[in-house]
Design a protein around this ligand. Sequence first.
Ligand code: NDP
Length: 487
Amino acid sequence: MLKIKNYIGGELVDPVSGAYLDDVNPATGDVYAQVPDSDERDVEQAVQAAEAAFGEWSHTPVAQRSKVLVKVADLIEANLDKLARAECIDNGKPLSLAKALDIPRAAANFRFFATAIIHFRSELHTTDDVAINYTLRKPRGVVGIISPWNLPLYVISWKVAPALACGNTVVAKPSEVTPMTAYMLSELCREAGLPPGVLNIVHGEGAKAGDAIVRHPTVRTISFTGGTVTGREITKIASPMFKRVALELGGKNPNVIFADADQDKALRESLRSSFANQGQVCLSGSRIFVEQPVYKTFVERFVESAKNLRVGDPLEESTDQGALVSKAQFDKVRSYIDLARKEGGTILCGGDGVPDSLPDRCREGFFVAPTVIANLSVDCRVNQEEIFGPVVTVTPFETESQVVEYANATDYGLSASVWTNDLSRAHRMAEAITAGTVWINCWMIRDLSVPFGGMKNSGVGREGGEESLRFFTEPKNVCIRVPRGTS
Ligand code: NDP
């Protein structure tokens, strides 16, 4: 059975304890690989390797850093099929999605930040005719990166690429549930000629390996994507140590459909925003609000389309929806479907039971059919808590002000999608909804240059484009007095 290794100081190594955890294929329920169960000793080695590499990497000319990172992007592209298959088996997502989205996006992340750093400029301010101020931006040192299982290579590369481009060195911990493509990335980094110790990847559990990274005094910068509860735990440790922390957390995103919108497009994209990646996207639109005059028709068509999505073997080209990532996630999603019944909801499609379309080899896998629930109150738990699965609620609304209230009625504020052909209303809604990203007549168009992050319990700080380059550098103001007159 394949044993995944830690990547420390340029070497692929066993964990110090020699202990391994099972890596499960969620489409079959079978253990198919072993992942290091690392602890603070492995993290210590990784931090030491990163610290040792920092001096040289931070002084490597930008053009050279850029060249190595572009090479990593090239290698990801060259290994697209292999990486996509690995992501599909490890995560349960359809192979077609991994090929079209996860892996190309990981390559794009490396390419984008490898080139963005070449054009990055710092600020200059003149203070009347008294002084000139300029800002030096230096890398911050050893950066800790902790990432989730839903978009494994996509999210880790979103953080690793800008951190390295800025001249930092990194200790990263992928989710132990989906470690495979991060392991493959470590091999590609070696092939690309990334110097030893510049990127270190320590596999293992969050509460052990992740926690050790957060606590380590040398790691003064932490970029985390994951659940809100974990984000809170990280803050409790990192804040008293005055670490710089970026948190990209959960969401409970509204999808608002007005009667004047293009109903076909709204339907097609709502289907995608509800069920793509089995609804395990932080940006998923998990609460659909539909204006009363079109509610009945929209819901009928939406449910019909959801029923037609093919739930099946993630490796099959025809599969629209694969398996949930783990037994724990499967149990959690099903518990919310039960809760919806208790809260008085009507299950319009999906719910419990194994989808008929599953082949025999997937009978023990963690599959939940696309589930649409109606008749729930806006403030019930199912409409308040992040489920992170193929479960969506539908609710009618009467007026614009009412739907703004509904949209903002959770503790989250990550993203929203609004469908209308009324331009003034689109601007008003964008202004009124409390979310880091508001999409108008679209969903999930992601430009890597724009600020990305959440409001309220969806996160702290922004990443993306210059926001990432600023986050991963330390600004220092230099103030030079301008002598008046000539001597
Ligand atoms: P978790 O918060 O459970 O885990 C995220 C990462 O943190 C994993 O690597 C996990 O390790 C690690 N971790 C867990 N506990 C600790 C700890 N005490 N200290 C340090 N690290 C720890 O999230 P999930 O993996 O379940 O991912 C799903 C969540 O991620 C959802 O809430 C989703 O909304 C959010 N997300 C947010 C995005 C955004 O951009 N805002 C994008 C993608 C997802 P391990 O898994 O090994 O326990």
